[in-house]
Design a protein around this ligand. Structure first.
Ligand code: NAD
Length: 482
């Protein structure tokens, strides 16, 4: 595995400044340090913003075809180096290599390929108004700031960089301080693919570095993936500068399993929506509403399937369930498990830290969870599935919507009309019928209510990284009142 050679990537090259506070990347399966980087100092922040600002006009002046070619070349390089990048992602996050080989660098490559492909066809429209006419031009916003969470460091960097760069913006990206390494490899690859210096820069640091970036006058937009409290701060800072903002925030999403559902598929959906990436996924369906008539069968199949999870060294490709990202996150989740037990939920399986090095937690299932329990209301962000009983369609819709969040929702049923009827009434931005947590780059992704503003992926993302200029062209004499 080739590690990044310095903390930051600015103006087309690695950059170090040992004055910044040390940030260690820890391999969560052992607790051993993988690498040490330094938080960006004021000098590094300034260098990154200046580079992005200087590079932006020339980058925007390239044709979409030229920009797209660079993005697509980067996608090819990522695919060629998928194994190496996946190992780094596994070291940074603890997610099993079995997953990272198929879900992380590859989904980042998909985004670069997709937005590289549409860069050449971005444009405005022509409106004929008698002899006069209007045309609109799609213009970039300028310098964009991307701020990432720690659960999908490569994917998040690519989901932000690809549409931003396709539209002619440049970017300064700040990864999560918990997973600093993977975004640096993206910067390296983009520049190897031909992106001019300054087009994509990476600086390290925690919230203060993110805040300094957003607050700079040269920055036109921020895209954050993170928690709701951080989203509030970032949105406030963007508002103060009247800047564009995309916010991909947390969730407490419902998954509703009707009694006519295919039971095995519903259990698969619940596993994907609660235990993939050790449960550290924003769109997880953590409130699993199961119809009373099939609850016993559902729990039996779920526990039987969970027993097949192979927990262990995430670098072993046969392992399907890895550690949590950090001790801090593990302790937060253990706190929620304790509250579930204390508030009267029935612990079906798991619930304990595993007796081995690293931050391993057994996949955990609670049943008889009620709407007012803490574990049914707050985002846990770990491998904890709550089963809630229901009997009536209208009742379950009301309960599913009784949350400030609105990222995702899922319905399992074999009744075609019910599937669409129920999804139509669920307050969520990203929904699934008879599947869960599939997020192809072609499909817009994002939340409603407190779960976010704006959309990533799909053509919708273009709206959030560009703006229209309207040009009215007068073809006749100018008619003035005096
Ligand atoms: P977090 O909110 O603690 O941090 C997210 C990022 O924001 C980090 O890079 C952090 O350094 C930065 N940050 C913190 N304070 C800041 C400030 N004042 N100004 C600017 N930047 C600041 O989140 P996390 O713990 O890294 O990630 C977990 C959260 O992310 C969960 O809530 C999860 O649901 C959410 N998430 C959402 C999505 C999505 O697409 N909707 C995807 C993944 C994770």
């Amino acid at each position: 595995m080739t590690q990044p050679t310095a903390s930051h990537f600015v103006n087309g090259a690695y950059l170090e400044d040992g004055q910044g506070a040390a940030i260690d990347s820890i391999f969560p399966a052992t607790g051993a340090p993988v690498a040490r980087v330094h938080s960006a100092t004021q000098a590094v922040i300034e260098a990154a913003l200046a580079a992005a600002d200087a590079a932006q006009p020339a980058w925007a002046a390239l044709t979409g075809t030229e920009r797209g070619r660079i993005l697509r070349r980067a996608a090819d390089l990522i695919r060629q180096r998928n194994r190496e990048l996946s190992i780094l992602e596994t070291m940074d996050t603890g997610k099993p290599l079995q997953e990272t080989l198929v879900a992380d660098a590859t989904s980042g490559a998909d985004a670069l390929e997709y937005f590289g492909g549409i860069a050449a066809s971005l444009g405005g429209e022509h409106l004929q108004l008698g002899a006069d006419f209007v045309y609109t031009k799609r213009e970039p916003l300028g310098v964009c700031v991307g701020i990432g969470a720690w659960n999908y460091p490569t994917q998040i960097a690519c989901w932000k960089a690809a549409p931003a760069l396709a539209c002619g913006n440049t970017m300064v990206f700040k990864p999560s301080e918990t997973t600093p390494l993977c975004a640096l490899k993206l910067a390296e690859i983009l520049h190897e693919a031909g992106a001019p210096p300054g087009v994509f820069n990476v600086v390290q640091g925690a919230g203060a570095v993110g805040a300094a970036l957003i607050g700079d006058d040269r920055v036109a937009k921020v895209s954050l993936t993170g928690s709701v409290p951080t989203g509030r701060k970032v949105y406030g800072a963007a508002a103060a500068g009247l800047k564009h903002a995309t916010l991909e925030l947390g969730g407490k999403s419902p998954m509703i399993v009707f009694d006519d559902a295919d039971l095995e598929d519903a259990v698969s959906g619940a596993i994907l929506g609660n235990f993939y990436s050790t449960g550290q996924i924003c769109s997880n369906g953590t409130r699993v509403f199961v119809h009373k008539r099939i609850k016993a069968a559902f729990l039996e199949r779920l526990t039987a399937r969970l027993a097949k999870a192979k927990i262990g060294d995430p670098l072993d490709e046969t392992v399907s369930f890895g550690p949590m990202v950090s001790e801090a996150q593990l302790n937060i989740v253990l706190g929620y498990i304790a509250s579930g037990i204390e508030e009267g939920a029935r612990l079906i399986t798991g619930g304990k830290r595993l007796d081995r090095p690293g931050y391993f937690l057994a996949p955990t299932v609670f049943a008889e969870v009620t709407d007012e329990m803490t574990i049914a209301r707050e985002e846990i962000f770990g491998p904890v599935l709550s089963v809630l009983d229901f009997e009536d369609e209208a009742e379950v819709i009301a309960r599913a919507n009784a949350t400030p969040y609105g990222l995702s929702a899922g319905v399992f049923t074999n009744d075609l009309r019910r599937g669409h009827r129920v999804i139509a009434r669920l307050e969520a931005g990203t929904c699934w019928i008879n599947s869960y947590n599939l997020t192809p780059v072609e499909a817009p992704f994002g939340g409603v209510k407190h779960s976010g503003i704006g959309r990533e992926n799909g053509k919708a993302a273009i709206e959030h990284y560009s703006q229209l200029k309207t040009v009215y062209v007068g073809m006749g004499p100018v008619d003035a009142p005096f």
